[in-house]
Every structure is written in C-alpha cells, then in structure tokens.
Write a protein that binds this ligand. Sequence first.
Ligand SMILES: [Zn+2]
Length: 311
Amino acid sequence: MSEVAVIVSERLARYGFGDGHPFGPDRLAAFVREFEARGLARRARTLEPRLASDQELRTFHSAEYLEFVRRASQNGGGFLDAGDTPAFRGVYEAAAQVVGATLTCTEAIMRGDARRAFVPIAGLHHAARERAAGFCVFNDCGVAIEQLKLQGLKRIAYVDIDAHHGDGVFYAFEEDPAVVFADLHEDGRYLYPGTGAASETGRGAAQGMKLNVPLPPGADDEVFARVWPQVLAHLTKFEPEFIMLQCGADSIEGDPITHLRLTPRSHGRAARDLAALADRLDHGRVLALGGGGYNRTNLAQAWNAVVEGLF
Ligand SMILES: [Zn+2]
C-alpha cells in the first residue's frame, strides 16, 4: 500500500488573514493549481477534513486561551498577539478546521488508510499552549502529537525545515521524551522568533532529544545538504513510530520575509528521505504540513515537491 492522502478542501482557505497579509487565503489555491498541473490530483487520494473538537484542542491549549480566541472570533477585529496575528470573525472555527485537517490525516495514517499524507494550510508551529504567535492561532502539530501520545505512541518525531524556528512545538515539548525534535531554521539572531540556538537540546527526561540547527542568512541547498544528515542520524537513533514534517516554503530563495536561499529540491529531498526512513522503520508513517511560505510560486513548487517525495 503506497497511498498518499492530501487535503485540498476549500475549507482550509478560510484560515487566512485577508488579501495583502502574507498569510492570505490565496495560498491554498496556489498549491492546488500546481498539484493539478503535475497530475498529482490523480495519483493522490484527497480527503475531506473534519473539524477538531474543543476537547481535542484542550489536549494542547489551555481552556483560558481557547475562551480568549472564542471571544475574539465572535467580535472580530484587533489582534490575537502583539500585532502579527489579526483576529477576524470566525477565526476560531477556521483555526479548528486546520487542526481538524491535520487530525484527519493523522488518523488516516494510523488506521492504515493512507501510508503518508500532506496538508497544505497547516503546520502552525508558533502557537503556544497559552497564546497565538506569528500567524498561528492553534498549533495543529502540537494537538496531533498529543493525540498520538493518547493513542499510546512513545516516540513521535517532529522535523521542521521552515525558515522560522518551531518554537511553539519546541517549548511545549522541551522536557517530553516522547517527542524527537529536529529543526533547521534561519539563525534567530536574524529572524523571528529569535529562538532555536544549537545549545537548546531538550531538558530533563528529554535532554539530548532535541536538535536545533541554526543556518546563516543566505544558506542554500549546499548548506542544507551538509546539515541534513544530522537530522536523519538524530531520528534514526530514536526510532520514531510516526514522523511529522513541517515543510515551510519560506526557506526558499525569494521569500518576502526571510533570508534563506534553498530551492524546492531540498524540500523534495527531505520528504523522500523521511519517507525512506519511515519505510525502514517498518511503518512508513509520514505526515507533512505546509507551514510558512509567502511567495506563492515558491510554496506551490516546494509543497508539490514534498508530495512527490512522499510517494
Ligand atoms: Zn516560517
């Protein structure tokens, strides 16, 4: 069974902060056009996403934070954080839809209905348990990890090649030995959120289980090829039962808000290598999540390279 599931539902486009915002609602359509042009719509299986329940959201987020977002969602207007993430009417449901899409794919993989999966509008890795941050309202990666833990998984890998450090995932699970973490990102001295130094390797029972690799501004495919084997070695050591890949396209050259210079080849390679690693571990489970990426051509190319890499 080699099936790859992908979510292309219009419902995901509701998670966007208006035309003109880097995280606009047009990102989904940019991905889907290229997905169809490459003939991937015929090769992959498309799934309809369900909504995440409040109970599921509460496994990662605090009840107080959920209430705060619910009120902001009813009123609309203002920001959910200091100024990056605007509130709009219905933002609660739109964000719960993103989490639901990630959970739909997680479940399809765990049931064996799909070997691997991709969700374009997902991988909202900056949201913390108690707050929104950096265009991220609910942390779908975090909720999915909590759900997999509830199902009894002992080792879940989270790999992140978005230009920004996955701080919302990292700090939520910094002391958690169930989460094997590996993150390549632009050095925090030059880019939001400023975290993810190489010295941040996990705490307590998870000491040594987290790998942070800051890259200098301008880092290209050659730099990626030099450091990527560290990620594979790190994961291999812990034999994860499930692999999540946040494949943000803002690490591609030409992104309007970052300074890395990868090409979609690195994203395709990441997906291919993680799929091969998952196959060697005898389960094949890889869930890729779109993450950031604000140049529409780049995200269409990078994310579709990832989907091709998952087959
Ligand atoms: Zn990013």
